[in-house]
Design a protein around this ligand. Structure first.
Ligand code: HEM
Length: 214
C-alpha cells in the first residue's frame, strides 16, 4: 500500500515509518503467543499459573502506559504515533481480559464464591476488577461508529477514564506485593509522570488566555 509505505517526517527531521495497524496487533500479541507456547510446553517455571497471570497483567499495564505516552511523545519529541493509539489501547484491554480469564479459570477454577470473597476481602483484587470495569467502556467505544454515535465531546469525556484506569492499574500492582520491591514503584512513577505531565499542561493551557488578556 503506497500510503502505508510512506514516512512521516517530524518537525526536527525525524522520519517515522508508517506501518499497517494490523502489524501493531500482530507484534502486540507476540508475548501472549510466547507465554501460551511456553505454558503448553511446561516451561513457565515452578508456578506456571502465577507466572502466566502476572505476565499478562504486566503486559496490560505496559500497553496502558504506551497508550498514555503517545500524546507526550507527539508534543515533546514530535513523534506522531496517534494512528496506532487505538490498537495499543485495545491491546491493553485484551491483555487485561486474558489476565482476568487466567484468574477466573486457572487461579480460581470458576469458583465464583471464592472470587466474590476475593473481591470483597483483597483490596488489590477490588481495584483490579474496578480497573477492568473502567477499561471496558473505553474498549467498547474504540471504533469509528461509537465516535459518530456519541459525538466527539462525549466520546472524549468517556475516554478520560483512561486516567482513572492508569491510577487503578498502578495501585493494583503496588498492592499485589506486600513488601516494596522496585518494579511496581517504577511503573507507578511512570504512570504518575505521564498523568502529571497532562495535569501541568492543562494548567498552563488554562492560564494562557488570562495572561494574554492581562
Ligand atoms: C480484572 C480484574 C483483575 C483481577 C482479578 C486481577 C488479579 C490479579 C492477580 C491474582 C494477580 C497476581 C497476584 C500474585 O502474584 O499473587 C495480579 C497481578 C497483576 N495485575 Fe491484575 N487483576 C485484574 C486486573 C488488572 C488490570 C486491569 C491490570 C492492568 C491494566 C492488572 C495488572 C496487574 C499487574 C501489573 C500485576 C502484577 C504482575 C507482577 O507481579 O509482575 N490487573 N492481578
Amino acid at each position: 500500500m503506497a500510503g502505508q509505505a510512506t514516512a512521516q517526517r517530524g518537525k526536527h527531521g525525524f522520519a517515522m515509518p508508517r506501518v499497517p495497524k494490523i502489524l501493531i496487533y500482530i507484534v502486540g500479541f507476540v508475548p501472549a503467543v510466547v507465554l501460551f507456547y511456553l505454558g503448553v510446553n511446561d516451561q513457565l517455571g515452578a508456578d506456571p499459573m502465577r507466572y502466566l497471570e502476572q505476565s499478562l497483567g504486566l503486559w496490560a499495564l505496559r500497553f496502558l502506559i504506551a497508550t498514555l505516552a503517545i500524546t507526550p511523545l507527539r508534543q515533546i519529541l514530535n513523534i506522531n504515533l496517534l494512528r496506532y493509539r487505538r490498537a495499543i489501547g485495545l491491546l491493553c484491554f485484551y491483555y487485561a481480559a486474558l489476565h482476568l480469564l487466567t484468574y477466573v479459570v486457572l487461579d480460581q477454577g470458576f469458583d465464583f464464591e471464592a472470587i466474590w470473597t476475593d473481591i470483597v476481602k483483597r483490596p488489590y483484587i477490588t481495584i483490579g476488577m474496578a480497573t477492568f470495569i473502567v477499561l471496558t467502556p473505553l474498549a467498547v467505544t474504540s471504533n469509528n461508529a461509537a465516535i459518530r454515535r456519541l459525538g466527539g465531546q462525549v466520546w472524549a469525556r468517556i475516554h478520560r477514564l483512561v486516567y482513572i484506569a492508569a491510577i487503578g492499574a498502578a495501585l493494583h500492582f503496588l498492592l499485589v506485593v506486600k513488601s516494596w520491591p522496585p518494579e511496581p514503584m517504577v511503573y507507578a512513577a511512570i504512570v504518575a509522570s505521564l498523568l502529571g505531565y497532562r495535569f501541568v499542561r492543562s494548567l498552563v493551557k488554562r492560564s494562557m488566555p488570562k495572561r494574554r488578556a492581562a
